[in-house]
Design a protein around this ligand. Structure first.
Ligand code: BGC
Length: 747
């Protein structure tokens, strides 16, 4: 162990290093890398007197107009008083195409093309707060170029079940990774004078019955698993808006849930921004406002029929709510407008859209998100000089995912498919033999059974067309190398319905087995946003790669990984189960409920369940291979003595690249508390650091663990309690590949 003063020097030099973008080798010194802190700017109060003056001149009707949608994605302004509309757009994959003012039909503009960024699961698989910040900043610039005030993003609910329809859109099953990516995303976005709308607050972890299901979560689990990301969004990133979710929580709809909106969000966390409802998630006029909602948005019915429209005006007249109470919400909205500079004549970020710089942002995120799951005999990267022909098999080689399914996509001029990516990157001398292999086909809608609940969803047709199979087999037989592009797409993984199983749709398993029978070294590339049953593929294929709905440059990034100009560094942001019944929500038979869903697994969500219950996953949380090998050495902390609650623990570990190619590794730190007074998961992620290490070099990763991160939520005192005693920190490159351990003491 080093003494404190040496460590202080180390930390200072680390910070200096991390401000310096140079990644050059340094003679005789080990480079040190640690993470940056991202903090957002608060809502301004500088114009409060002006706002009060404007409000004093407003009519009741004008006030109501600001509290509800008067078009699909705007609320009313008050022109005579210089109050603009509040303009919003989806969403998580980039700025959604312009929607008509009074229906979901596209507005038909020709200047609303945008960059398609990797979906949430792709961003999180990169395990990079820096890239999350870049994503946020980049899409913030696009939002301004489209003249938006609020971007309905990021979508960051915890992935409770792999079957969730929005798993592809959300980040992760782990609350720590979730907040470490969400905070920089929001900060970057809001630096462009546009508000993030963090969604969906909260406990919105399934699509089945999402309009009414009543979610029951115990208080400790709520605070330790489902709320940390929202709390960090408010207290660290200073998110300006939150989206209230559709469902109920403990009997009350989330858009009129006084406990969640007034007590937790505003009183406990100090939220000063505005709460916007999900589209058509409001059920009352007076109660919703009193419970903490500010703006009601919705789907087509005449806008004056919204709860915060005519009905609210009537309620004020009937003295069920006072105009002064309305003013509280109006004032918040105008404070937001001054903060975003849509009021006050301040110079505002103009933004830019679909630029090469933004496509590069999308490329960089995609290239760090691809996960190498299996690579026997070093099949990958492909050595192009040995290859004359490549069979490219599977409809996913050409499938586009920027649009599709139910919910927000992006209209883009650039979406490089995997096949196009290979064509872009391979020399012309390499012949590509493409075969579709399977087709994306659906039967008319049928009811699918989810536990007790039956839900309508599209059933896939899983029968293969023999002529397509034959063509695929021939392509494989006649090529030096075969790559199968399998998985799903955004029609299959979609908002508004959960998947019925982990099965690969459209007969893909059968196709893959048939191709592997003639081409045993075929490489399988999955393109999907959520776990699938790849047991057989894992067993029978020699190389397995996981890519995502990966944005405008997804195909180029994937080709660069397959061909080796990018060394893969993605890590799974969730656990891939062997069987859906191994996953906690399913093992406890508590998904999807019926009228009510009780999260019976409690705090044991995701890998916390698998590790505590000793269930073997197919691939663990945090897993992902590289084309090089990293050695973890010299783990140390900054103190010999016990830490106090206000301390930050600096854990440093040397990462040596002992292979022959440069690469990035994600150093992960999991904490275990033995002899705890309360139930604890076997281990919990408490820190990580992505480091670039050139071949033959060593880099020191410094992971900072604030002692308060080790706390549990005490429901009696309603506070976070750090138990004294020893904690074991496990350091590795996946939750199941721990290389070093160190024990620290807390007073
Ligand atoms: C989704 C939101 C989205 C909204 C507006 C809802 O169905 O849940 O995430 O922002 O629609 O498109």
């Amino acid at each position: 162990m080093k003494n404190k003063s040496i460590l202080l020097v180390l930390i200072l030099s680390t910070l200096i290093m991390s401000c310096n973008n140079s990644e050059k080798k340094e003679a005789n010194s080990t480079k040190k890398v640690s993470s940056k802190t991202y903090t957002g700017k608060t809502i301004t109060h500088a114009y409060d007197a002006e706002i009060d003056n404007i409000i004093s001149q407003m009519t009741l009707e004008e006030k109501s107009g600001m509290l509800h949608g008067t078009s699909m994605f705007t609320t009313a302004g008050v022109e005579r008083l210089g109050v603009p509309e509040l303009k919003m757009a989806d969403g998580p994959l980039g700025v959604r195409e312009e929607i008509s003012r009074d229906s979901w039909a596209p507005a038909g503009w020709d200047n609303d093309y945008a960059t398609y960024y990797p979906a949430g699961a792709g961003l999180s698989a990169a395990w990079s707060p820096e890239l999350a910040y870049r994503f946020g900043f980049s899409v913030g610039e696009e939002s301004r170029a489209r003249d938006k005030d609020v971007l309905l993003s990021p979508a960051i609910n915890i992935i409770r079940t792999p079957l969730g329809g929005r798993t592809y859109e959300y980040f992760t099953e782990d609350p720590y990774l979730n907040k470490k990516l969400s905070v920089p995303f929001i900060v970057g976005l809001q630096e462009n004078d546009v508000a993030a709308c963090v969604k969906h607050y909260a406990a919105n972890n399934q699509e089945t019955n999402r309009d009414f299901v009543d979610v029951q979560i115990d208080e400790r689990t709520l605070h330790e698993i489902y709320l940390p990301v929202f709390e960090a969004a408010v207290t660290e990133a200073k998110a300006y808006t939150m989206m209230g979710a559709y469902n109920k929580f403990r009997g009350e709809y989330l858009c009129e849930n006084g406990y969640m909106l007034n007590d937790v969000l505003r009183d406990e966390w100090g939220f000063e921004g505005i709460v916007i409802s999900d589209w058509a998630a409001v059920h009352t006029s007076v109660n919703s406002l009193k419970s903490g909602l500010d703006i009601e948005m919705g789907t087509p019915k005449p806008f004056n029929e919204f709860f915060l429209a005519d009905a609210l005006i009537e309620s004020v007249k009937a003295k069920k709510i006072s105009e002064a109470e309305l003013d509280i919400h109006i004032k918040r909205i105008m404070q937001l407008m001054y903060t975003l500079k849509s009021m006050g004549g301040q110079e505002r970020t103009a933004g830019s859209i679909s630029t090469e710089a933004h496509f590069k942002d999308a490329y960089d995120i995609a290239s760090e998100s691809v996960v190498l799951l299996k690579n026997e005999q070093d099949l990958l990267p492909l050595n192009v000089s040995d290859i004359k022909s490549i069979a490219v098999i599977g409809a996913n080689a050409t499938k586009k995912n920027s649009l599709g399914g139910f919910g927000a996509g992006v209209k883009t001029k650039r979406e490089v498919t995997p096949l196009e990516g290979l064509k872009n990157r391979l020399p012309e001398s390499v012949q590509i033999n493409y075969a579709e292999g399977y087709q994306e086909k659906y039967a008319p809608k049928r009811a699918a059974k989810f536990g007790e609940v039956t839900q309508e969803r599209k059933e896939t047709i899983d029968e293969l067309d023999p002529s397509l199979v034959e063509a695929a087999i021939n392509a494989a037989k006649n090529s030096d190398v075969t790559i199968i592009f399998a998985g799903s797409n955004r029609d299959y993984e979609t908002e508004a319905s959960d998947r019925a199983s982990l099965d690969l749709p459209f007969g893909q398993n059968e196709l893959i087995e048939k191709v592997l029978a003639v081409a045993p070294n075929a490489i399988v590339v999955m393109i999907a946003g959520a776990p699938f049953d790849v047991n057989t593929i894992k067993e029978k294929s020699s190389a397995l790669v996981w890519s995502w709905f990966n944005g405008s440059e997804g195909g180029n990034a994937l080709a660069d990984v397959l061909l080796g100009s990018i060394n893969p560094s993605g890590k799974l942001p969730w656990t891939m189960p062997k069987d859906i019944m191994d996953s906690p929500a399913h093992a406890t038979n508590s998904f999807p409920g019926d009228e009510v869903v009780s999260y019976a697994e409690g705090i044991l969500v995701g890998y916390r369940w698998f590790d505590t219950k000793k269930v073997e996953p197919l691939y663990p949380f945090g897993y992902g291979l590289s084309y090089t090998t990293f050695d973890f050495k010299n783990i140390s902390t900054d103190k010999n003595s016990a830490y106090t609650e206000s301390d930050t623990i600096y854990v440093s570990v040397d990462i040596e690249n002992i292979g022959s190619v440069d690469g990035k590794e994600v150093v992960q730190l999991y904490s275990t508390k033995k002899d705890s007074k309360v139930e604890r998961a076997a281990q919990e992620l408490k820190g990580f650091q992505k480091v670039m290490v050139e071949a033959g070099q060593t880099v020191t990763a410094v992971i900072q663990v604030p002692v308060k991160e080790l706390a549990y939520f005490n429901t009696e005192s309603r506070s976070w309690v750090v138990e004294p005693g020893s904690y074991t920190f496990k350091i590795g490159n996946s939750s199941r590949d721990i290389k070093k351990e160190i024990t620290i003491e807390v007073e």
